[in-house]
Design a protein around this ligand. Structure first.
Ligand code: PGA
Length: 252
């Protein structure tokens, strides 16, 4: 059975001190609940080692980065490699977030390199896909996500593909307060799963966790997570307040 997952994406928010405090709060809150999902926080590079140090139960709270370089090491000033991320204790890495694709020109080719390096270093990629508003309005969203999944991931063996978590995040819903309806999410999640099944077969597709992201909040999480093909959420804004994040975690 595929895993249910709620992952926070802190983006470029919190100072180190604020981030450590937030992680402590989440870690603490998880002591008093038995979540029906895996819980992960993906934090800025600068915070990784310090946040790792305050996680008291890594079984209950996983740690991830928000990106990694497409090279292993060398003269790439300012970049952070997958081995560096792994050396902090992080186990996950968000790759291909729409903000990386849009503002930093990440292409499927670069993402294939990043995914390969993440997997080589024992990191689980949380691979993001999703259409922009014009594509949705032109009814091209199915085609767009199919291209993103196949170009970014379908070079992988079935075994390696099985290690990847997918996150469908319609760009028009990210940080806008405009959530996809549960039916819209289910429709495209089911389509993504059928695309995976065509390539790798039903068993791999059934075992792939596909998270929804985009203005997910405590008030709409339960409805989204109730859909059969929505396996959890990738949470931006609402991950920055412990109570909101926990409200989403306990929506399962
Ligand atoms: P949001 O961001 O929850 O603030 O919309 C989600 C994301 O970009 O991962």
């Amino acid at each position: 059975m595929r895993k249910k997952i709620v992952a926070g994406n802190w983006k470029m928010n919190t100072t180190l001190q604020e981030g450590v405090k937030l992680a402590e709060e989440v870690d603490n809150a998880l002591k008093t609940v038995e979540p029906k999902c895996d819980v992960i926080v993906c934090v800025p590079f600068t915070h990784l080692a310090s946040v790792n140090a305050v996680i008291t139960n890594p079984q209950k709270l996983g740690l991830g980065a928000e990106n990694c370089a497409n090279h292993k090491s060398g003269a790439y000033t300012g970049e952070v490699s997958a081995p560096m991320v792994a050396s902090t204790g992080a186990k996950y890495v968000i790759l291909g977030h729409s903000e990386r694709r849009q503002y930093y020109g990440e292409t499927s080719e670069t993402l294939r390199e990043k995914v390969a390096l993440a997997l080589e270093n024992g990191l689980t990629p949380i691979f993001c896909i999703g259409e922009v508003l014009e594509e949705r309005e032109a009814n091209k969203h199915f085609e767009v996500v199919k291209t993103q999944v196949s170009e970014g991931l379908f070079n992988l063996s079935a075994d390696d593909f099985g290690k990847v978590i997918l996150a469908y995040e319609p760009v028009w819903a990210i940080g806008t307060g405009k959530t996809a309806t549960a039916d819209q999410a289910e429709e495209i999640h089911a389509f993504i799963r059928s695309t995976i099944a065509e390539k790798y077969g039903n068993e791999v597709a059934d075992n792939t966790s596909i998270l929804y992201g985009g203005s997910c909040k405590p008030t709409n999480a339960a409805e989204l997570f109730a859909k059969p093909d929505v396996d959890g959420g990738l949470i931006g804004g609402a991950a920055l307040k412990c109570a909101d994040f926990m409200g989403i975690v306990t929506a399962f």
